[in-house]
Design a protein around this ligand. Structure first.
Ligand code: DGY
Length: 305
């Protein structure tokens, strides 16, 4: 019976389809397996269902001689060395589309939170700073007429743009060939939706953050590595950047004593873009579809590109 290693408990029915005809081992720790534990898990596996917290590299694939398919429980595949997988002849599957709405919804929630200064306003209630109705208290950005720059006009970026337009925002999409510096200079809000690759790593460095409109809002629900963490901290500390709302960080998770967290005007949530029951269930379905196809030697329905 083909063996599958699943690197985390997925509390969804999809795994039952896998168990029907495969010998399935699920890593049931509360944290991801260590590199050594992962290595031992894949040593005799035919199929691997992994998470974005698992680093799948050349050395790991060398240690998995029977592996026929890698199914990543995420739409991003930056945790997988795709060149190494290709060199080993192992297809890699991802889970597109099913998390687009969930991630776009969270992005809008972060844009609204930042625009209307909700963390600061909510804190004022508990600190006693809220003494009366203030004509000029906690004034924020009105979305209608404000300019949103979406960096990465893929499925999620477009879904964010559609939502923002419904709020009356002016939306500019910036792709690989567009002038990012010029676009961010005009933006009231910049929202990141590009994949993390060798060419996008650290894209928002000190220089690009300085090119942003003073007081602008930066939202990142893509990958933490797109933004230089030290540069972001400096831009927030100097007030050059008005607010950063992050679902993803570098490093991830961000330790509670990380210096970035001392920055003013910052909200960080723990990578919850796709965290709706519906999205996570459908991601499990797609991940199992990919795994079953790969184990059968069929093309993966949702292959990483
Ligand atoms: C992904 O799928 O890449 C998200 O970051 C987590 O769902």
């Amino acid at each position: 019976m083909p063996r599958c290693f699943v690197t985390r408990t997925l509390p969804f029915p999809a795994l039952d389809r896998l168990r029907a005809a495969h010998d399935v081992t699920v890593w049931d720790g509360p944290l991801p397996p260590s590199p050594e534990e992962l290595r031992s898990g894949v040593a005799s596996a035919d199929g691997l269902l992994c998470l974005l917290t698992d680093r799948i590299d050349d050395a790991l694939l060398d240690a998995a001689p029977a592996l026929k398919v890698i199914s990543n429980y995420a739409v991003g595949a930056d945790n997988v060395d795709l060149d190494a997988a290709r060199a080993h002849g192992i297809p890699v599957g991802v889970t597109p589309d099913v998390l687009t709405d969930a991630t776009a919804d969270l992005t809008l929630a972060l844009i609204l939170t930042a625009a209307r200064r909700l963390p600061e306003a909510a804190a004022a209630v508990t600190t006693g700073e809220w003494r009366t109705w203030e004509p000029a208290g906690w004034l924020g950005l009105e979305l209608r007429g404000a300019r949103l720059v979406v960096v990465g006009p893929g499925r999620i970026g477009r879904a964010v743009g559609d939502r923002a337009e419904a709020f009356g925002m002016e939306v500019t999409y910036v792709g690989r060939r567009d002038d990012l510096d010029a676009a961010v200079a005009e933006a009231d809000v910049v929202s990141l939706h590009a994949p993390l690759t060798s060419s996008t790593k650290g894209l928002f460095d000190a220089e690009l953050l300085a090119a942003m409109k003073p007081g602008a809002i930066l939202v990142n629900t893509a990958r933490g590595g797109l933004v230089g963490t030290d540069a972001l901290r400096a831009a927030l500390a100097s007030g050059a950047l008005g607010f950063a709302a992050l679902d993803v960080t570098d490093p991830e998770p961000l330790p509670p004593d990380h210096p970035l967290l001392t920055a003013p005007n910052l909200l960080v949530v723990p990578h919850i873009g796709s965290a709706t029951t519906a999205a996570r269930e459908r991601m499990a379905d797609l991940a199992v579809d990919n795994l079953l196809a790969g184990l059968d030697g069929r093309p993966l329905p949702h292959a990483a590109s």
